[in-house]
Design a binder for this molecule. Structure first.
Ligand code: FRU
Length: 485
């Protein structure tokens, strides 16, 4: 396929339904399709959008280009769930067919107003000279599953001082006032966020730039989110243009947060600690959070990155979303745990025992599974857990007791390893000695949660289906359980 500009901006409606059906069929039968992650029916998925809970249902949308594994004309695809685990496919919800979103319905968020799910997103438009024009559009979800746009755009233009890289509004309510935070690039080409306020979430007033201690930190901040948790304020964003620093910032683009005092409104000052990455793995970007029915703060990310190609691309689909994570604050540290509902994915118990591990153990074989190692007491210097193992392939998790450094190594995960230019290992240094390891393995992904959410790593891997070995090496006592999913 030649992904010319024309091909990238071709709408789905251009295709005869039979032709699209065939494309869907081919994707469904292609390798590396996920078993329990959200993935596109065809084409490319990127950011999670519009994540919101309403009347017993979670709504989660994602950025979608239907016709190929490239970034082109973006739609919002709609998924719903009762439990954050089993998702129902609701089809395309937001179609980029109006003038202000003629070149894409870009990222945005969801909120509930007047007992209805609403969204606010970025309309992306290119003019005849291919100059970008962005606006922010409000809409609501109709009972037929489509989003009705409230046009003209609520925020029709970019305020002075900022470039057209101005997008991804996240709406939240505070003391009866609506706020939205938007990712922006200043005229001097540095990244930041700005805020608007509103009494009805339709008419918005520009407040100004949110003041952080990171005045010069990359050239663009994408997908901001702001929320409070146990008396702390959290600003999440995905800065672009940050250089690697030891184990940090190893991917092409980063995603992380600033934790601080609750945001001072309307002054827009934010007192915070240093920027922390949310995920130390290879494939994580543009996360978004929402509040669950019971008040938990839940985060979902894009398990992928812009400008990186993957072996599954040649089968005409790309990327998935991460598992939902619950965010908690413990000892003034943010933790991310897999949502508890995920235990309902467990099918068969493949292994469950108290371990006295000396040297090597091959407890089970599995392709799609969860592994939980708890109450770990290590007597050797190192512990290794290898997944998706065969003669030629293995994905390695390695922990070094002396340094508390934990490494994920995908150099031999499969015949093709994505993003080789960015290296094949990722590491983090834990504050607590490793005592718990929970790993979720899908057909082409691994998500690792360390010490009850102290650190998380997500990675895409592309092994053969027959690479199913699980190998533990080290000298330790622990409780080990493995479940097929
Ligand atoms: C982040 C992003 C957003 C934008 C969207 C377009 O991955 O670039 O800033 O709204 O993707 O698909």
């Amino acid at each position: 396929n030649q992904w010319t500009r024309e091909a990238r901006y071709r709408p789905l409606s251009d295709l005869a339904p039979e032709v699209y059906q065939l494309m869907k069929e081919e994707v469904r039968n292609s390798p590396w399709r996920f078993s329990f992650h959200i993935q596109p029916p065809t084409g490319l998925l990127n950011d999670p959008n519009g994540f919101v809970y309403h009347n017993g249902t979670y709504h989660l949308f994602y950025q979608w280009f239907p016709l190929g594994p490239v970034h082109g004309l973006k739609y919002w695809y709609h998924m719903t769930s009762k439990d954050l685990v089993h998702w129902f496919d609701e089809g395309a919800a937001l179609i980029p067919n109006d003038d202000p979103d003629s070149h894409g319905a870009y990222s945005g968020s969801g909120f509930v107003k007047n007992d209805q799910v609403h969204v606010m997103y970025t309309g992306n438009k290119r003019d005849a000279e291919w100059n970008r024009h962005t606006s922010q559009i409000v809409g609501h979800l109709r009972s037929d599953g489509r989003i009705e746009k409230h046009l003209p755009p609520a925020i029709p233009e970019v305020p002075t001082g900022y470039t057209e890289h101005f997008r991804d509004p996240k709406v939240f309510q505070h003391h009866d006032t609506w706020y939205c935070i938007i990712g922006a690039q200043r005229d001097d080409l540095s990244g930041c966020t700005v805020m608007y306020q509103s009494l009805d979430a339709e008419n918005w007033t520009f407040m100004g730039e949110l003041n952080t201690g990171y005045d010069q930190f990359g050239y663009m901040w994408e997908c901001p989110d702001y929320f409070e948790l146990d008396g702390k304020g959290f600003l999440l964003f995905s800065p672009q243009g940050i250089s690697p620093e030891n184990d940090r910032y190893q991917n092409i683009f980063q995603s992380g947060y600033l934790m601080g005092q609750p945001l001072a409104l309307p002054e827009l000052t934010f007192q915070h600690e240093d920027f922390v990455e949310l995920d130390f793995g290879f494939d994580f970007y543009a996360p978004q959070t929402t509040l669950a029915a019971d008040g938990r703060r839940i985060l979902v990310g894009w398990m992928g990155l812009p400008d990186i190609s993957y072996p599954s691309d040649r089968f005409n689909w790309a990327h998935g979303l991460t598992l939902p994570r619950e965010l908690t604050l413990e000892n003034q540290q943010l933790r991310q745990k897999p949502v508890r509902e995920l235990i309902s994915l467990r099918k068969e118990t493949l292994y469950k025992q108290e371990l006295e591990l000396v040297d090597q153990l091959l407890p089970a074989q599995a392709e799609i599974f969860e592994l939980e190692l708890s109450q770990l007491q290590l007597s050797s210097d190192q512990l290794e857990v290898k997944l998706r193992v065969s003669d030629q392939e293995q994905t390695v998790l390695r922990y070094d007791q002396q340094t508390r450094r934990f490494t994920m190594d995908r150099a031999s995960s499969g015949a093709e390893v994505p993003a080789l230019d960015y290296g094949t290992t990722r590491s983090v240094t834990l504050t607590e000695p490793l005592h718990t390891l929970r790993v979720f393995v899908d057909r082409s992904s691994v998500e690792v949660f360390l010490n009850d959410g102290e650190a998380v790593a997500s990675a895409r891997i592309f092994p053969k289906t027959t690479s199913q070995g699980i190998v533990l090496t080290g000298d330790a006592t622990a409780h080990l359980a493995i479940y097929s999913l």
